[in-house]
Design a protein around this ligand. Structure first.
Ligand code: PHE
Ligand code: FE
Length: 299
């Protein structure tokens, strides 16, 4: 096997008989705060200011309120220690520094213990709009504010425990559970009294998708339905074709409380749904026009 040169995003890839596969590092690292360059702080400042503007009236009230309460500011990359002082008091969560994506089981075990892994490095100035893997901006700006919400904080822990369990059941169960994470934690919308809002981290950390998910006629916006979501494939390389809308974080918590084991069992006999398909049973907020959709590439 040959290792490629360290990618700018620091996940090395190794050539195996399955092609290039990422080499995961599981180590927890101290945030090397003093090694951030002026350019790193500037990337943070630029993205932070830009998203602050875009998210007014688009992100959920809960996200915006908690973000202010955490004390993240645009002037410099936050220190994990400072955020941890606030988080520990509020919901007992803790941020830990990592190099990048973790193996599934390691990730689940951290969540189950209320530890949220945060990628310590930040994207380069030429990657402001798009990056194919999580970096510090996505992880901190996108994920951390809602960890201050007691219900969402519990949901994330429960998800971690559910992940450890699903990992023991098998790969199909994991696929179902991963879709739930994708369509809630990463790309979820919430219905407020004053309209649909964003709470998914993959959206709030992207300018383009923050606008697209709410204002474009192209995507479907459909009411949250646990098993429906677990059957739905998704996109990793384009905006989502479908967004699922929760009524409240309590709804999310309650809907995911039951034991998933019989659900996994049932779903193993059913086909999956394409990312953009609408089902008869869906509660449809918007039936997407499908404009700009690519025909293949759902995962
Ligand atoms: N109730 C789920 C199970 O039995 C665990 C879970 C909770 C999964 C919340 C996801 C989110 O597996
Ligand atoms: Fe994420």
């Amino acid at each position: 096997t040959t290792a490629t040169p360290a990618s700018p995003n620091r996940i090395e890839h190794q050539l195996t008989d399955k092609g290039y596969v990422p080499v995961y590092t599981t180590a927890v690292v101290e945030q090397p705060w003093s090694s951030y360059t002026p350019s790193d702080h500037e990337v943070w400042a630029t993205l932070f200011a830009r998203q602050q503007q875009v998210l007014v009236g688009r992100a959920s009230d809960e996200f915006l309120r908690n973000q202010r309460a955490m004390g993240m500011t645009p002037d410099r990359i936050p220190k994990f220690d400072d955020l941890n002082a606030v988080l520990r008091k509020t919901t007992g969560w803790e941020l830990i520094g990592v190099e990048g994506l973790l193996p599934e089981l390691t990730f689940f075990e951290h969540l189950a213990n209320r530890r949220f892994p945060v990628t310590w490095w930040i994207r380069k100035p030429e990657q402001l709009d798009y990056l194919s893997e999580p970096d510090l901006f996505h992880d901190l700006f996108g994920h951390v504010p809602l960890l201050m919400n007691p219900v969402f904080a519990d949901y994330m822990e429960a998800y971690g425990r559910g992940g450890v369990k699903a990992h023991g059941i098998g790969p199909e169960a994991l696929v179902n559970l991963t879709r739930l994470y994708w369509y809630t934690v990463e790309f979820g919308l919430i219905k407020q009294d004053d309209g649909l809002r964003i709470y998914g981290s993959g959206i709030v950390s992207s300018k383009g998708e923050s606008i697209h998910c709410l204002e474009s006629a192209a995507p479907n916006r459909i009411g949250f339905d646990l098993e429906r979501i677990m059957r739905t494939r998704y996109r990793i390389d384009t905006y989502q074709k479908t967004y699922f809308v929760i009524d409240s974080y309590e709804q999310l918590m309650e809907a995911t409380r039951p034991d998933f084991t019989p659900i996994y069992e049932r779903l193993s006999k059913e086909d999956s749904y394409a990312a953009g398909d609408v089902q008869d049973s869906d509660v449809v907020f918007n039936k997407g026009t499908g404009e700009g959709w690519l025909n293949d590439g759902d995962v």
